[in-house]
Design a protein around this ligand. Structure first.
Ligand code: BV8
Ligand code: ZN
Length: 247
């Protein structure tokens, strides 16, 4: 049962907010059938992140890494944005100064109608040159060559998924936008994230230190829970539409 009192309190703060920053993790796409990383069907359960989402893994076995990303593309390609994604897209049009940052590479926020989504960790529907020639290619909807093949760039180097792997720095411009949004907001919504992966996990803490109300929307406790000013324990696809109704 969603905490009605907390929901009302949050709605009140959102109505008077000058700027609102939301950050999502895999939990918001769980109800679209996209496995989370650490949930029971967590992607990492079957494959260790270090085996697959690192530059070392790609150097060691690019075919395996591409098989894994194609497998995820297969799941995400069949997924639809859920009421949680749709509610966030509508909140963006109703609340001034609303920014949306995501750790997800699935592109479901954009498909739900959200604009200017800050994709901290990249997007699974793009591929870029692993050799550094700067070539980037949109691969949504088009098979990337033989299912088992490792796609090659026009410069002859390999193509890799345009995502941020562990041990790799994030895009400076994107992290700057996300940091500014966290620092300047009155309310920070942390939705469906385990708040374990940095630097993303630092953003709600930064917002809290800057005086914002930090709100956690999650089915479970996380390391962020003790720092949150308000906790809405529930599924994103239920809590966010309920919040919208209280606005
Ligand atoms: C970097 C893209 C410079 C690829 C990803 C400081 C301290 C400790 C470690 C570090 C640190 N700084 C850097 C590090 C190292 C590392 C890191 O953070 N390691 C962790 C594991 C400790 N960070 C990096 O390497 C970053 N780069 O810092 O570069 C540098 C380099 C080296 C050393 C120093 C500095 C790069 C990180 C990005 C990696 N790429 N993804 C791909 O997707 O294939 S991370 C990936 O995992 C996701 O993008 C996401 O960020 C993360 C998974 O977290 P969540 O999205 O939160 O998902 P999770 O499954 O964990 O949790 C789901 C949550 O939802 C749960 O809480 C669950 O309860 C909830 N939930 C489930 N269902 C629902 C729900 N909630 C609501 N409704 C539901 N229905
Ligand atoms: Zn190239």
């Amino acid at each position: 049962m969603i905490d009605a009192q907390a929901l009302g309190q949050l709605a009140g703060r959102l109505r008077s907010a000058r700027a609102v920053a939301a950050m999502t993790g895999a939990g918001i796409s769980a109800e679209s059938g996209v496995p989370t990383f650490r949930g029971p069907d967590g992607l990492w359960r079957n494959y260790s992140a270090m085996d697959l989402a690192t530059p070392q893994a790609f150097a060691r076995d690019p075919r395996l890494v591409w098989q894994w990303y194609r497998w995820r593309q297969g799941i995400i390609g069949k997924a639809e944005p859920n009421p949680g994604h749709l509610a966030l897209a509508r909140l963006q049009s109703r609340i001034s100064g609303f920014t949306l940052t995501t750790q997800n590479v699935d592109g479901l926020h954009q498909r739900a109608g959200s604009a200017h989504v800050i994709e901290l960790h990249g997007n699974i529907w793009r591929a870029r040159c692993a050799g550094g020639c700067g070539f980037v290619r949109d691969v949504a909807g088009e098979p990337l060559g033989e299912p088992d093949a490792v796609p090659v760039c026009r410069c002859g180097a390999l193509l890799r998924p345009d995502v941020v792997w562990f041990g790799e720095s994030l895009d400076a411009a994107r992290i700057e936008l996300a940091v500014r949004a966290a620092r300047d907001c009155d309310v920070f919504l942390a939705v469906g994230t385990s708040a374990l992966v940095h630097p993303a996990a630092g953003l709600p803490l930064l917002a809290g230190r800057a005086g914002a109300l930090v709100v956690e929307i999650n089915v479970d406790e996380t390391p962020l829970t003790p720092q949150a000013g308000l906790v809405l324990r529930g599924k994103a696809a239920e809590v966010l539409p309920a919040l919208e109704l209280r606005l």
